[in-house]
Structures are given as structure tokens and as C-alpha cells.
Design a protein around this ligand. Structure first.
Ligand SMILES: [Zn+2]
Length: 275
């Protein structure tokens, strides 16, 4: 279970834009020093006193740009959360706490300790986390022609594995890969080279439609995802196949959703209408 995916990260990014841009970080607390990847003293010294100038996102990674020119890079991994709350709310085992000048705090919390916060100097897009990522699926640069060319370079790869491969396309995880392929009525083990032009077009459309809808519903909360304000996402109510094994297919067909294993991941399909 890998969360968050692009829609969840985009939701947090938009909420950060509304809540923290322009605020000053007056103090930084790092109760769990391994999360920041550099000596705690250096981290605190370079972040304290800066102002938040902007927010970014690439794939599932959230960026907070600082007036110093540095960027905070948040990798939420499986279970990390970023929370914005009044400073007097109990800290609930946060690993990094940014004390803001409006009485609120921004807290990074990951009970499983896989997530981390890095402070990047210079061009953040050259950092190892970002430089090897595939295209952003909702960007103007990601066109149907681009997608077709990308698939032509990987003819033997299974389509689901490609959708999950962050160096092929950024930000899609297990939930949305299943929903996209169901939307496109394409079976997840199909090699990219076997896809007909019409199927490629439907997968492309599915990527754009499913991710946009999920963002509009502020993401999916199956296990651990909550947004900046501690609220769950709504898209779980709209899942057609993921986590729906045994339920009737919603595609006007007589099929039943089943769970199989593809690319090492639990994968949900309707074998009747996904070919
Ligand atoms: Zn079906």
C-alpha cells in the first residue's frame, strides 16, 4: 500500500499554498533527527528565520521554497503526513515541527519513519529525488503523442508496471493505476507493444480524467492519508475496482471485480471488460 500518490500530494500542495505562503518560520524542532538527513543543528540554523515564498510538487514529492533560496523537500513515502495546526494542539509524535509566526505550526509526522525532509540548496529539480522522474501526467508537455512514443520505447513491459514506474511517468501508484486501466478497459498485464492505438488513447484519457477527479475529491484515504488539516480524501467513494474484489463491475457488464497480482502488487480488475 503506497500512499500518497499524485492527487494526495497535489491536495496538500494546494492547501499549503492557501495556508502558509508568506509566513515566517520562527523556530524549528527536530525530535527525530534522522528524518532531516543532515545534522540537526545545520538544518535548524538554515531554516529558522526564513519566510515561505512558494510551494511546489513533483510526482508525490512536496516542495516548500524558502526566502533563503533553499527548498524543503518532503518525501511522504508510505505513511507520512504534513499537518497545519495551532501550536497548542498536542504534538502527536511529529518528527519535524516548523513553528510559524501566526501561532500555527507545520508538522511532519510519519509513524513508520520511511518519509523524510531534505533541505536542498540551488536547483531542487537537479536533486536525486527529482532528476530521474518521468513526465508529470497532468502537464501540458504530457501529450497523447508523447505517451505513444514513451510506450513504443518499452514494447515488452507490462502496462501496469509502466504506470507504476516513476521514471516512466511520475506520481501514479497502485490505486490509480488500477482505476486508470479499468477506465481504459485494458488488462494490466498487456505488453505496451500489444496496445492498439485506440487503447493507448483510452489509457491516456484515463490518466488525465482519473487523476483530475481524484484531485477534485482531495485524494483517496484507504489507510493513512490525511490532508494538511487532518481530513480524509473523498475519492475512496468513487473507486471502481481498487479494493473492490467481489463486487459487481460498474461498467454495465456482468463481470465481478477480482484481485490478481501484477508487477508484485495486488491488482484489481474486471476480467470481463478489461482485455
Ligand atoms: Zn466489467
Amino acid at each position: 500500500m503506497k500512499l500518497p500518490e499524485l492527487p494526495e500530494a497535489e491536495t496538500i500542495k494546494r492547501e499549503l499554498e492557501q495556508s502558509v505562503v508568506g509566513l515566517k518560520i520562527v523556530d524549528v524542532e527536530v525530535p527525530v533527527s534522522s528524518v532531516v538527513k543532515i545534522p540537526t543543528n545545520d538544518f535548524v540554523r538554515r531554516v529558522r528565520g526564513t519566510t515561505i515564498t512558494g510551494i511546489g510538487r513533483r510526482a508525490k514529492i512536496i516542495l516548500i521554497h524558502l526566502s533563503s533560496g533553499d527548498t524543503l523537500l518532503f518525501h511522504l513515502k508510505v505513511a507520512g503526513n504534513l499537518l497545519y495546526m495551532p501550536a497548542d494542539v498536542e504534538k502527536e509524535k511529529a518528527q519535524v515541527i516548523f513553528v510559524l509566526n501566526n501561532g500555527y505550526e507545520l508538522r511532519f509526522r510519519d509513524p513508520r519513519l520511511f518519509g523524510y525532509v531534505k533541505l536542498i540548496s540551488g536547483d531542487v529539480f537537479r536533486s536525486p529525488e527529482l532528476s530521474r522522474l518521468g513526465p508529470e501526467p497532468l502537464s501540458d508537455q504530457f501529450t497523447l503523442d508523447t505517451f505513444r512514443e514513451m510506450l513504443q520505447r518499452r514494447p515488452r513491459s507490462q502496462i501496469k508496471g509502466l504506470l507504476l514506474d516513476q521514471s516512466f511517468i511520475a506520481g501514479i501508484g497502485n490505486i490509480y493505476a488500477d482505476e486508470i486501466l479499468f477506465y481504459a478497459r485494458v488488462y494490466p498485464t498487456r505488453p505496451a507493444g500489444s496496445l492498439k492505438d485506440e487503447e493507448i488513447r483510452r489509457i491516456y484519457e484515463g490518466i488525465r480524467v482519473i487523476l483530475s477527479r481524484a484531485i477534485a475529491e482531495r485524494g483517496t484515504s484507504i489507510i493513512s492519508y490525511i490532508d494538511l488539516y487532518g481530513k480524509k480524501g473523498n475519492y475512496g467513494n468513487f473507486l471502481k475496482v481498487h479494493y473492490q474484489a467481489g463486487k459487481p463491475c460498474g461498467n454495465d457488464c456482468a463481470g465481478t471485480v477480482v484481485k490478481i497480482k501484477v508487477a508484485g502488487r495486488g491488482t484489481y480488475v474486471c476480467p470481463d471488460c478489461q482485455k
